[in-house]
Design a binder for this molecule. Structure first.
Ligand SMILES: Nc1ncnc2c1ncn2[C@@H]1O[C@H](COP(=O)(O)OP(=O)(O)OP(=O)(O)O)[C@@H](O)[C@H]1O
Length: 310
């Protein structure tokens, strides 16, 4: 059996907040990513993406749970250059040129790819002599990407890598990423851009309030997202009747109402009305964005959305 590139087992992380309730940033994340997979990590602000990535890279310690990268502790995988990362903001020295920055960081590793190759890959060969302080946000982001490519890692972790890039920059970035990953590199990237995840990821993992709420291919998650929610009133003592609803992607229970996310709403509605004691059936259609919001919204607002008329 191949050793997974990433194994996150029941990860938890809570932050205490001065004068307030603690925040459960990560609340039981289990995730296994195989070598060569390109995985998008999606979720609204505060969903726990960065906290998860920090723990994955050994930059933060989980309260409980385990992280293994290629079967090793993260610190070891990072130190040996098997894993590298492009974070949202990372210290760059403004008074060095782009090329000097890459050379300087390269000197920290035992062996690296040639500086010129890395600059080319990241699309910044033409600004190699420019001072970092004079580079735009998008160019600095490309420089971070170049630095991450230096050790030729087996796993690259990107936290919102294209923030600050224009549309063309984003497309170039992903083209380079794709070409560079063709040799089996594993990529995990956090993003707010649904279209980026759709276009470039083999697999999408959606998080909400520190938990994974959807995990599948872009097509599967899109189907899930573009499906409908069938809701109905079902007394608690009859909830066992919905264990095997045909065509259900997810089933949630909130109070005396059940919510079934599905792509075959007619079948689900028919099943509920004829095979269970459910009544007051409602079917709500979503567009992609609505559904993303529904899947990632807080418990209460998700219930409101799912239960509200179209
Ligand atoms: N050091 C900290 N102290 C207190 N709370 C924190 C800390 N770091 C993160 N949090 C909280 O933990 C939750 C998860 O934050 P995190 O940055 O992981 O989310 P995210 O999904 O990366 O969000 P974004 O998309 O906005 O970057 C948030 O509610 C955040 O306010």
């Amino acid at each position: 059996m191949t050793t997974p590139a990433i194994e996150l087992v029941d990860l938890h992380k809570r932050f205490s907040v001065k004068g307030g309730d603690p925040v459960q940033a990560v609340d039981g994340i289990d995730l296994t990513i195989q070598p060569g997979e390109i995985v998008a990590f999606l979720g609204p602000n505060g969903a726990g993406k960065t906290t998860t990535i920090d723990m994955l890279l050994g930059l933060a310690t989980p309260d409980s749970g385990a992280v293994r990268l290629f079967g090793r502790p993260p610190e070891e995988a990072v130190a040996t250059g098997r894993v590298s990362a492009v974070m949202q903001s990372g210290g760059l020295l403004k008074d060095l040129t782009v090329e000097e920055t890459v050379q300087l960081v390269g000197a920290l590793f035992v062996s690296t790819r040639p500086v010129s190759e890395v600059l080319e890959r990241a699309g910044i060969a033409d600004i190699a002599g420019r001072m970092v302080g004079k580079c735009s946000g998008g160019q600095q982001q490309r420089l971070r990407f170049a630095l991450a490519l230096l050790p030729n890692p087996d796993l690259i972790v990107l936290d919102e890598p294209t923030t600050g890039m224009d549309v063309e920059g984003r497309r170039d970035f992903w083209r380079a990423m794709r070409e560079d990953s063709a040799r089996g590199r594993t990529v995990l990237f956090a993003t707010h851009y649904l279209d980026e995840a759709d276009a470039y990821a083999d697999r999408i993992v959606l998080v909400r309030q520190g938990k994974i709420v959807a995990d599948g291919s872009a097509a599967e998650v899109k189907n899930l997202a573009s499906g409908r929610t069938v809701s109905a009133v079902l007394p608690q003592d009859r909830h066992h009747e919905i264990r095997d609803v045909p065509g259900a992607d997810t089933v949630e229970v909130r109070g005396d109402r059940i919510f079934v996310h599905t792509n075959s709403s007619d079948d689900v509605a028919r099943f509920l009305l004829t095979r269970t004691g459910a009544h007051d059936v409602e079917i709500v259609a979503h567009n992609l964005e609505d559904a993303f919001l529904t899947l990632t919204a807080s418990e209460t607002s998700a219930a409101e959305k799912a239960g509200s008329p179209a």
